[in-house]
Design a protein around this ligand. Structure first.
Ligand code: SF4
Ligand code: SF4
Length: 404
């Protein structure tokens, strides 16, 4: 691991798996219940991107969209950002999806619930508002929720009414890293369908338990059941994503499938990762909702040296030690005072109330902090990052030595 990687709490993925082109036997079809993931090379070039997206949508859900009334289009609209930051679904992809729905006679609605900034600001700064000019398409922030029973332990979850009342949902995620969950892809994008401050509330309720949070994400995803997941991996994000602390990385890829978990598993394979290392995939498998088989239509290449945030188990061992471990061993959010502009977004969003401004500097209460890393996600100035503690580094070295 290079010095830069140590300093940023990230790790580069070298090739772990050799994947042959066209179809990977490890995840290719063997029976009738095969799910297809379409993978294409693409650029943000209107003349080529639009026909490509039309082809993908036609192949996966053309009939359903043709018969549908209201079609909800859910891009990643996390926070105000320009397309070069690779934080949001690109405006040309959003436009092509809306155009396709209109062409098929559907009524498109583009909506999300940004974690930071107003919906209008996100639409403007992202370039999506401009890109949609001339199209008869409604755009709005999710406001009202409806309660859905997703079963124990979560039971009633409130999901945006616009999503649950839509005839068809088109899920348009971005390929990004995620400091808490490793990656944010098709499944995680649908967490944006939880309205406003209910999102940090769920972070708080699932606490430091990443598996529990992943299980929640899978339940939300299955309750919504998008018809198509079309993932923007043309300009992806690596490093400490998914906010402004992440680094744009050009991959030139578009993936589409009817099952978000199948799309996410395919991305993992492309990045040289075991699909089960992404907790949402693992939780889908454990709850029996993972796709039995996936066939990749397209050239499945391995992307080398993708920079992932280093994810360490948050807590383990006897419960009585969990508080100590969380405080002293788990990566903690850290502020670069030179970049911080004291805008207050982090402390407004923190589900644990663990951030304050003291003497014009951001300070954390690490005892209260649940290590959800939402503050890193919402900081508009890239001033926050996850950093290893001294004890954490020592513990990791000891563990590694023990494993070796
Ligand atoms: S750390 Fe980021 S979000 Fe928090 S006050 Fe500073 S600039 Fe704003
Ligand atoms: S300080 Fe950051 S990581 Fe800790 S609970 Fe608050 S938002 Fe989450």
């Amino acid at each position: 691991m290079g010095r830069a990687e140590q300093d940023t709490g990230c790790i580069r993925v070298r090739i772990l798996l050799k994947i042959p082109a066209v179809t990977d036997p490890g995840i290719s079809g063997r029976g009738e219940s095969v799910l297809k993931v379409m993978l294409r090379r693409a650029e943000y070039e209107c003349s080529t991107l639009k026909p490509l997206i039309f082809e993908l949508l036609d192949g996966l859900a053309g009939d359903r969209i043709g018969k549908a009334g209201r079609v909800l289009i859910k891009p990643n609209l996390l926070a105000p950002a320009t397309p070069d930051k690779a934080m949001l679904t690109h405006p040309l992809i959003v436009r092509a999806a809306a155009e396709y729905v209109l062409r098929k006679g559907g009524i498109p609605l583009i909506a999300d619930s940004p974690a930071m900034g107003t919906f209008d600001r996100v639409m403007k700064e992202s370039g999506i508002r401009e890109a949609l000019k001339g199209l008869d398409v409604e755009c709005r922030e999710f406001k009202r929720s409806v309660a859905i029973d997703v079963g124990p332990p979560f039971n009633r979850i409130e999901i945006a009414e616009d999503v649950m009342r839509a005839d068809v949902v088109l899920n348009l995620p971005k390929l990004k890293t995620h400091t808490q969950m490793l990656l944010t892809l098709g499944v995680k994008n649908l967490f944006g369908c939880i309205v406003g401050l209910r999102k940090p509330e769920w972070h708080f309720r699932t606490g430091v338990d990443r598996e529990m949070f992943a299980r929640l994400l899978v339940r939300i995803c299955r309750a919504i059941g998008p018809s198509v997941t079309l993932l923007d991996g043309i300009l992806a994000m690596e490093g400490q994503g998914p906010g402004k602390s992440g680094l744009p990385r050009r991959l030139g890829l578009l993936l589409a499938g009817t099952d978000p978990v199948a799309v996410d598993m395919t991305v993992c394979r492309m990045l040289g990762l075991d699909p089960m290392s992404l907790l949402t995939n693992r939780m889908a498998a454990e709850t029996g909702t993972a796709p039995p088989d996936i066939r990749v239509d397209g050239e499945l290449q391995v992307i080398e040296n993708f920079l992932l945030p280093e994810i360490t188990p948050l807590v383990f061992g006897p419960k009585s030690l969990h508080g100590f471990m969380r405080r002293h061993l788990v990566q903690r959010p850290l502020c670069d005072d030179a970049l911080c502009r004291l805008c207050g977004e982090c402390w407004k969003y923190c589900p644990a109330g663990a951030i304050k401004a003291v003497n014009k500097k951001v300070r954390f209460d690490y005892d209260a902090c649940i290590r959800c890393y939402c503050c890193i996600e919402v900081c508009p100035h890239g001033a926050l990052r996850a950093a290893e503690t001294v004890y954490g580094k020592v513990a990791r070295k000891l563990l590694k030595r023990h494993e070796d």
